[in-house]
Design a protein around this ligand. Structure first.
Ligand SMILES: Cc1cc2nc3c(=O)[nH]c(=O)nc-3n(C[C@H](O)[C@H](O)[C@H](O)COP(=O)(O)OP(=O)(O)OC[C@H]3O[C@@H](n4cnc5c(N)ncnc54)[C@H](O)[C@@H]3O)c2cc1C
Length: 423
């Protein structure tokens, strides 16, 4: 078996492990000493060795270890069994394609995170690691190609390869935090479009439309088509019910924020940590093509415990949210993409402190609601053996006193349910 195939199996195995990580963790927790878990979390998983900056996200010791493993494994694959510039060019090209497969396969990162049961930031890191490696291998491929052939733009294969390299680099540049913050939606759509264009140009660049390289592209295409179908079907399921129009949200304006409350077309069990992307075509000219994520801050439950309404709080920024705040409509049709997000399991704690500044409270309030409702359920149904919190504290740093209005009704409701536990 050649080195490239061995590397491919390793990489596929690593992705498989990522997919099964909850199950594997569950078994390991069962088998290993809890003290070992504590030490691993405290000294490997949580401590950061690189802090957040405008150019990169924070990197923990655990993530650095995985990156080193990935980089050194790929470097070995670049070198092992390669004995000419032509072989180095071809190996780097294949490695670029191999890394493009997982980087291309979801229409949206939250959807990928949902599928892998990972947090959005963890999936984002995974996506970036593969995207960057594809770009680096593409660079190595070009360096060795220039050494092997005389580069000629008149030749179709060279021209297509050149365009593929430019589009792939632009797709990566478009998503650097420094660039995308100028116009997030435009750069996001640009990133997706350029990634698809890069794949098409690579396909045209391939001299042989069979073998490993072509297989990678077919595989990426097959998975992308499949995930796009599931992605849209999921949205249709949550938004469309025969004989009913798409949900309309009530818009309430506060100082520096707006609240949207809507009745769900299809109820689901809302948990703390969930968020939805909202598309609201009536807000501004191109808002039918925008989708913005907001945490589910509040919901009303039906008799079976599933949410029948949900509310989000949006802080007014400078783009879509500002246009939403100046909208003259009181009711707006909303298309939802979601739910996404992972719930942090609080069952094991008997004291919980939720800390937020500003709009961050939108992500914390649902946990207070969920914890209290569990507490009330346990009390009313005399359930034994379930840990319920003895104390839930919310520490909220307000930027303006008037921001209290955003959530005071919900806080009052929680306090009237149980003011002993919630402080
Ligand atoms: C998982 C998640 C949950 C969020 N929950 C809330 C919430 O509950 N309440 C809240 O007020 N905000 C929340 N946000 C942030 C919110 O999505 C942005 O503030 C909003 O999209 C800004 O829109 P804008 O056009 O007015 O922003 P702009 O003024 O154009 O930009 C302001 C900031 O928002 C970011 N941003 C813009 N568009 C998007 C987008 N489509 N997706 C992600 N980020 C974007 C930009 O990078 C920039 O940093 C959440 C973001 C994420 C990723």
């Amino acid at each position: 078996m050649n080195v490239l195939m061995i590397y491919t199996y390793f990489l596929s195995g690593a992705i498989g492990l990522l997919f099964l990580h909850h199950f594997i963790l569950f078994i390991l927790k069962f088998l290993l000493n809890p003290a070992l878990f504590y030490l691993l979390t405290r000294y490997i998983v949580l401590p950061y060795i690189v802090r957040r900056s405008l150019f990169w996200s924070p990197i923990s010791r655990g993530a650095a270890f995985i990156h080193i493993l990935h980089w050194s494994g790929t470097l070995i694959c670049n070198i092992l069994g390669v004995n000419s510039a032509g072989a180095a060019r071809s190996r780097a090209g294949s490695l670029a394609l191999l890394h493009l497969v997982p980087a291309l396969w979801t229409p949206q990162l939250s959807f990928g995170a949902h599928f892998f049961n990972l947090s959005l930031s963890a999936y984002n890191r995974f996506h970036r690691a593969f995207g960057w490696m594809a770009l680096i291998q593409c660079g190595v491929h070009i360096i060795f190609a220039v050494r092997t052939y005389s580069f000629d733009l008149a030749e179709a294969s060279h021209r297509n390869g050149f365009i593929a390299a430019i589009t792939l680099s632009s797709a990566t540049l478009f998503f650097l935090p420094l660039i995308r913050q100028w116009a997030y939606e435009i750069f996001l759509k640009g990133h997706n479009f350029l990634s698809i264009m890069a794949s098409v140009m690579i396909w045209l660049h391939l001299e042989e439309k069979k073998g490993f390289d072509a297989f990678c592209l077919y595989f990426a295409l097959g998975i992308s088509v499949l995930t796009y179908i599931v992605y849209f079907l999921r949205q249709f399921y949550y938004n469309l019910v025969a004989g009913r129009p798409v949900a309309a949200a009530d818009l309430i304006k506060y100082q520096d924020a707006v609240k949207l409350t809507l009745t769900l077309a299809r109820p689901w069990k809302v948990r703390g940590g969930q968020y939805v992307y909202m598309t609201i075509p009536a807000v501004r000219a191109l808002s039918f093509a925008e989708s913005h994520p907001f945490s589910i801050v509040w919901w009303e439950e039906g008799p079976n415990g599933e949410a029948i309404t949900l509310s989000v709080l949006a802080k007014i920024e400078s783009g879509f949210t500002r246009a939403l705040a100046s909208s003259s409509h009181e009711h707006l049709r909303v298309w939802i993409d979601g739910p996404y997000g992972q719930c942090i399991d609080t069952k094991q704690y008997d004291s919980v402190i939720l800390i937020a500044t500003g709009i961050g409270v939108a992500a914390q309030l649902p946990y207070a609601k969920e914890l209290l409702s569990r507490q009330l359920k346990v009390e009313s149904e005399h359930l034994k053996g379930l840990t319920t919190p003895k104390r839930i504290s919310i520490v909220w740093e307000l930027e303006e006193e008037s921001h209290e209005d955003w959530i005071y009704q919900w806080m009052d409701q929680l306090l009237s349910d149980d003011s002993k536990t919630l402080v």
